[in-house]
Write a protein that binds this ligand. Structure first.
Ligand code: LLP
Length: 419
């Protein structure tokens, strides 16, 4: 459920007409709804209410905007970060270091040191080598790094191959069969306090069975470790719960996920941790775009919009579907290809899709763009970096400026020896 609705024939974010934002800020522009973000954060937490001890670390990568992070900090969320850059954002948003989890397969020694400086709550180790390195670094500084071991459960999440992470051939975590031995070795190192296991099998998961299977395997491993006298107080189950991108999508919601987790983790006697991203932010944002022109095509017309794959990469990268709806729909429909201005054919949002009829100058939105939207934007074709706005009732604010090509140009230099 979200708060983007037609009112008097015009699409609004909460009480603000999207056309007013487009007129003031220009297009393309991302718009987030505070009420939707807050609602999703609370629904997810409430879905886990049956668990005795829970920590929720928002996956910053899905939407790292500072205002979004501040909102979630106020909801009691911590952060799951995968770089020092994300860590500094979470800290800047007011999240305590202790509530931040550091994931990621390639933490550099420098990033580890910065995280130790910040008093980070937990490192999710992706390999034995990383654990040995972190232990040495922490010990040399007279510190103890708190960590979990990320395990690859060899489970197929049944999602897009590019966002699947839990199969044996994926780069993430340590092999399930070697996990107990590695955990024991790391637990013995000075400088490291091993406190649990972590798993994350993929993103946009629309079927709970693979997660149930993965979590069950993790529970079994936890018992093996405890049986060997090792400490396991925290179990990080990652993120991954999918969201509906089409009105017709039927998928499990947070309540179903929460019920499954409660069942699997019964008797675990551990703090269960979560790293949700998309389920919090996905349907909390739209990308407003303006139609530049409509040109004929061999089969269907091309609706050329001013947003492109540099602003919203998901359709080009994962063939992802984002609903396209007019800001002031006329009631008429058309079948069209929706494309951006970038000079490659992958800059295509949809082919042969039935949409609201639009013409040059009309405004429209791509829906469900709050997760992995602005965060994956770039400046390809020397386009601007897309701005972001947050709406709250009848007020709104720019929460990320448009970065103009001139600003980026100013950061480049021609060495004198070229002239
Ligand atoms: N935890 C870890 C360790 C992760 O790698 C991820 C996402 C998450 C949590 C959050 O997953 P979520 O709840 O958002 O599914 N750019 C892709 C998605 C990449 C996801 C990467 N990892 C997309 O646009 O679909």
């Amino acid at each position: 459920m979200d708060y983007f609705e037609l009112r008097n024939g015009e699409l609004h974010a909460e009480d603000v007409p999207l056309a007013a934002i487009a007129a003031a800020v220009g297009t393309p522009v991302y718009v987030y709804s505070r009420a939707t973000l807050t609602r999703h954060a609370r629904v997810f937490r409430e879905a886990l209410a049956a668990l005795p001890s829970v920590h929720i670390a928002f996956a910053v990568k899905s939407n790292p905007n500072l205002a979004v992070l501040r909102l979630l900090a106020k909801e009691g969320y911590g952060a799951d970060v995968v770089s020092a850059g994300e860590m500094h954002r979470a800290l800047a948003a007011g999240m305590p270091g202790a509530d931040i989890v550091f994931s990621g397969v390639g933490k550099t020694p420098r990033e580890m040191a910065e995280a130790l400086d910040a008093g980070l709550g937990q490192f999710n180790l992706e390999s034995e080598e990383e654990g040995v390195e972190l232990a040495a670094l922490a010990a040399a500084r007279g510190q103890t790094a708190v960590a979990t071991l990320r395990v690859n459960p060899d489970v197929d999440a049944r999602t897009h191959a590019k966002i699947s992470t839990g199969k044996a051939e994926n780069k993430f975590g340590v092999a399930y069969d070697r996990a107990a031995e590695i955990y024991a070795r790391l637990a013995a190192l000075p400088g490291l306090a091993m406190r649990g296991l972590a798993v994350h099998i993929g993103s946009q998961i629309t079927d709970l069975e693979p997660s149930r299977q993965a979590f069950t395997r993790m529970g079994a491993l936890m018992r093996v470790l405890r049986g060997q006298g090792l400490t396991v107080t925290h179990m990080d189950l990652g993120g991954g719960l999918g969201v509906p991108y089409k009105a017709s999508d039927v998928l499990p919601g947070p309540e179903d996920y929460g019920a499954m987790v409660a069942e699997v983790t019964q008797g675990w006697n551990a703090t269960v941790m979560f790293e949700p991203g998309r389920v919090i932010t996905g349907n909390s944002g739209v990308l407003i775009t303006q139609v530049i022109r409509v040109k004929p095509g061999a089969i269907n017309p091309f609706v050329v919009v001013d947003a492109a794959m540099n602003d919203l990469a998901r359709p080009a990268l994962y063939d992802a579907w984002h609903d396209f709806v007019a800001v002031r729909p006329s009631g008429e429909r058309m079948i069209a290809n929706i494309v951006g201005p970038i000079c490659e054919s992958s800059d295509t949002f949809a082919m042969g899709r039935e949409i609201d009829a639009v013409k040059a100058g009309d405004l429209a939105v791509f829906r469900t763009a709050g997760a992995y939207g602005a965060t994956m934007a770039n400046t390809y074709n020397s386009r601007a970096l897309v701005p972001e706005v947050m709406v709250d009732g009848d007020r709104w604010a720019v929460v990320a400026n448009r970065i103009e090509p001139a600003t980026i140009l100013a950061a480049e230099h021609v060495p004198e020896w070229l002239d």
